[in-house]
Design a protein around this ligand. Sequence first.
Ligand SMILES: [Zn+2]
Length: 75
Amino acid sequence: MIEGPAPVCSRAGCRNAARWRVEWRNPKIHTADRVKVWVACDEHREFLRDYLAARSFPVAVAPLDQAGAPPEARQ
Ligand SMILES: [Zn+2]
């Protein structure tokens, strides 16, 4: 889950505000109902998606605003 009012990009060393959810799982260790979520800024959305896709992990990207926490929880 995404905590706090201003999620930051999951890319190591990146401090940009996240605008995208990157949902993925590792089929070898995660069951089908276990989805991991990274968040990404515009700059790293493609990087993170490609990183996961290159490992043949199921990955889906969605706008954070539409799929994130309710507005009252994010201010
Ligand atoms: Zn970033």
